[in-house]
Design a protein around this ligand. Structure first.
Ligand SMILES: [Ca+2]
Ligand SMILES: [Ca+2]
Ligand SMILES: [Ca+2]
Length: 633
């Protein structure tokens, strides 16, 4: 989540805000709140707005916002009731009311009425009991059987121009400005699900869809939530989100939600009125700066003091850092995650800024997810090239701090960096092999999400030395090697892009008035179409050859710029040969680890190496410059 490093730091408006609040809505309302402070209770939001019968979280804890809530207690009524309120607590400002609601497993779905009674009067609010979504075809998790595709909704496709410049946030839409909204939305993704199906990916990860700032910052990237229970109006409604998830599922595509627990947007209402005194780490005026010293977290000699700025600091010294050691804040975040899963039927979660949150929280959070949805998987963002740091966070075992995060997957940043050095810059292919020699450090390196680029760094094709041939070879590596491969939108056509936000250009053809449509073969340049067809071939090979997805990996041959590895699974195998040299290479390697007999013919599924025969337990292969081969019987 590096968006803010580039789009917020140095902003004059932002620095002015840090020095003293601008026109914050809460500040503007303060006089009215004082006038009303002696009056009857007022309620303007109930979070969560609904819950489910038979849920593993019961009672559910509501956070009710309003005014004059001092001394409040809650009475439930409405069709079938079956709900019991208890443990009401009110914030010192009288604006927040916590209440636990026990839901009788036999209570029927439908609207309920919360009656909030104080010594000064009473008011009501709605709370709904819903029927859970059927689990069949939902909550599937993800695994090495999948290929993930990362989409920034604002930059992929605009399927609904009516939400490009909504009244509530007017003025944040400008396609000529890379830091403003460009109009992309959930309908645009729905319109191109068939494209993704044809490309051969099996899961989509969409960057956050929470409501972001309406007035000051155009947080088109979604990482600055101001309301964790509302959809960003530029992207669509909750009903549209459900439609996207359901339509994706009907095509066999999974959907991974991007979540942020570490921080809120800088203009979240909590910043000026915390639900508890310790909801955030520090205050707007007095807080630590996140120094991103991720290594301190895994340091067995570390101290809480050494780690404090990394865990409790405000991201880029701007984004308010939620304190998950506050049990109310932790419960709020756990329920919020369960709410989105329950409301939309997501299959997995990509968790932003994972390393900057107490690991004890991740243990509890992950356990809560798995109690309700045992198959849902999480991939955490530990943005670090050091596998000693990244592996520390993978679940499945307790680390020196006595904590098992429980998290299934992490992004393979340690493999990403050498993949760029090798396939873009032309370094020795041994960089990759030596990195994977450290796979023992992970509880399961096969569960790591591997990638050649994502939305926080320059694109592959804009890296030093990058060529289309180098990109295609890198894609051959990505889609045949261990891990869960992930493709950043547009890399399947070799899009260009420097650092954030240039790496988030609009997908050509996704927007009204675009000159060409790169979602179609005729709309792509010959070079784009060649890269697209190569990726499509690889995803379909990965789908049809189980060993490429599930096989153990054995190195058969290694030279300065050539590497052959076998993927072996259930009595079958595939041999992957890569030549990263700028000239053809002919080399011979033993195939004994895969036990094929002399005379066996192996065929290159990518075509370039033709067919070869096993002779004296070896294969001799000739590969053109910067190409790969996938050999099977
Ligand atoms: Ca739109
Ligand atoms: Ca908004
Ligand atoms: Ca934090």
């Amino acid at each position: 989540m590096l968006s803010y490093r580039h789009c917020l730091l140095g902003s004059a408006a932002l620095l002015a805000f840090m020095g003293g609040p601008l026109n914050s809505p809460v500040e503007a309302q303060a006089p009215a709140a004082i006038i009303a402070s002696s009056g009857a209770p007022i309620v303007d939001s109930v979070e969560p707005p609904n819950w489910w019968t038979g849920h593993t979280i019961n009672p559910v804890r509501l956070l009710i916002h309003g005014q004059n809530l001092f001394g409040a207690h809650v009475v439930m009524s409405g069709a079938g009731a079956g709900l019991t309120a208890s443990r009401e607590r009110v914030s010192a400002s009288g604006t927040y009311l916590f209440v636990d609601i026990s839901i009788d497993p036999k209570s029927s779905p439908g609207a309920r009425t919360l009656k909030i009674v104080t010594p000064k009067g009473a008011t009501t609010a709605e709370f709904d009991i819903d029927k859970s979504l059927p689990t069949a075809g939902r909550y599937q998790g993800f695994s090495p059987d999948d290929v993930i595709y990362l989409i920034m909704p604002d930059r992929f496709s605009d399927g609904d121009p009516s939400n490009d410049d909504p009244a509530i946030s007017r003025g944040q839409y400008d396609r000529t400005n890379p830091k403003k909204y460009h109009g992309g939305d959930l309908q645009g993704i729905i319109n191109h699900l068939q494209y993704l199906k044809d490309l051969g990916v099996t899961a989509i990860w969409i960057t956050p869809i929470y409501d972001n700032d309406n007035k000051i910052n155009a947080d088109y990237h979604g990482y600055g939530a101001i309301d964790f229970y509302r959809m960003e109006e530029h992207f669509g409604t909750l009903a549209k989100l459900r439609e996207l998830v359901d339509k994706a599922h009907s095509l066999g595509l999974k959907v991974i939600q991007d979540e942020v627990a570490n921080h809120t947007g800088q203009n979240h209402p909590w910043v000026h009125d915390e639900p508890t005194p310790t909801w955030y780490n520090g205050t707007l005026q007095n807080h630590l700066d996140d120094t991103w010293q991720t290594w301190t977290l895994a340091d067995p000699h570390g101290t809480a003091q050494e780690q404090a700025s990394t865990v409790n600091g405000w991201f880029v010294n701007v984004l308010p850092d939620v304190n998950q050691n506050d049990p109310e804040a932790a419960q709020y975040e756990i329920q919020n995650t369960l709410w989105w899963l329950g409301a939309a039927g997501f299959d997995g979660i990509r968790e932003d800024t994972f390393s900057y949150v107490p690991r004890s929280f991740w243990h509890d959070w992950n356990a809560a997810i798995n109690r309700q949805y045992p198959n849902v998987h999480v991939v955490g963002e530990v943005y670090d090239g050091d596998c000693g740091v990244v592996s520390f966070f993978q679940g499945g075992r307790k680390q020196a701090d006595g904590i098992d995060t429980g998290v299934y997957s992490l992004f393979d940043f340690p493999l990403f960096y050498p993949s760029r050095r090798v396939f873009a810059q032309g370094n020795s292919i041994q960089d990759l092999v030596k990195q994977e020699a450290h796979d023992w450090m992970f509880t399961d390196a096969g569960h790591l999400v591997t990638f050649l680029g994502l939305h926080d760094m320059q694109r592959f094709m804009s890296d030093t030395g990058a060529t289309p041939q180098g990109l295609e070879l890198a894609q051959t590596f990505l889609l045949t090697n261990r891990g869960i491969p992930m493709i950043y939108y547009g890399d399947e056509i070799g899009m260009l892009g420097g650092n954030d936000p240039d790496n988030r250009r609009d997908f050509p053809g996704g927007f009204p008035g675009d000159q060409r449509d790169a979602f179609t073969s005729v709309g792509r340049t010959p070079q784009e179409d060649e890269i697209f067809q190569h990726v499509r071939t690889l995803t379909h090979l990965r789908s049809s050859i189980a060993s490429l997805r599930r096989g153990i990996q054995k190195n058969l041959y290694l030279a300065d710029q050539q590497w052959v590895y076998a993927r072996i699974y259930g009595g079958d195998f595939a041999l992957v040969a890569l030549n990263n040299d700028t000239k053809p290479a002919t080399f011979t390697f033993p195939v004994s680890p895969v036990l094929v007999h002399d005379g066996t013919t192996l065929t290159d599924k990518l075509g370039g190496a033709g067919t070869v025969q096993v002779v004296h337990g070896t294969v001799t292969l000739t590969l053109p410059a910067r190409t790969g081969a996938i050999l099977t019987r």
